[in-house]
Design a protein around this ligand. Sequence first.
Ligand code: MN
Length: 258
Amino acid sequence: MRILITNDDGIFAPGLAALVGVARQFGEVKIVAPDRERSACGHSMTMREPLRVKEYDFDGLEAYQVNGVPVDCVNVGLTICWPDGCDLVLSGINNGPNLGFDVTYSGTVAGAMEGCINGIRSISLSMAVFADGAPFHFETGAAWLSEHWERLMTLQLPPRTFLNINVPAIASPELNGTMFVPMGKRVYEDRVERRDDPWGRPYYWQGGVVIVDHREENTDVWAVSNGHASITPITLDWTAHELLPSLTTQFGSRASHA
Ligand code: MN
């Protein structure tokens, strides 16, 4: 099995090493990752400047660091590591959760999304840690992946679909199991903070406090909050198909839908 691994925390991230440690037991691993942390870059790509690629000795494996984002890394990786294609793209293990609407900001999820766009089975994996300074427990994510590897690789997935997985950042024995769940909501309060620089000019910093809605049961947010690993299948088709007939009718006489 030919495996391409990337992440958005950068090539030196411990979560990447944890993921590589599992994957290399199951196939031939090559790594292409950003040269620094690029979290929250979403599904962006670099087009207006060159991508520089530097070889990196990743514990004896073929690896490259790139001055780009995960999408760049996947596409560069498919070009230089696996020109004849590969069987699996893994992205992670991220040092924080990628749940609910946050998946749209996530560089980790974007890495898997780009693998999926290239027609390759793709998985993003994140440690759901919720408190600043709490341990990430990458070893739990690694053990979970190792235990479920065969099942993950043989799941029947329709085209243009990938898996986004979050594992609670707790010790392995405390895990409650695994749930297949839809995206929940992750809403932020005080998203933009206004501050003043030393010259009295205002600047703005995005961050905010996340309001995790635990009440909405059987979502990814709920699953990891209750000690379950969550698996959310994500499709690249964002169309709200069920709205097409109604919108066509509302729009009036000259509209029609396929
Ligand atoms: Mn990250």
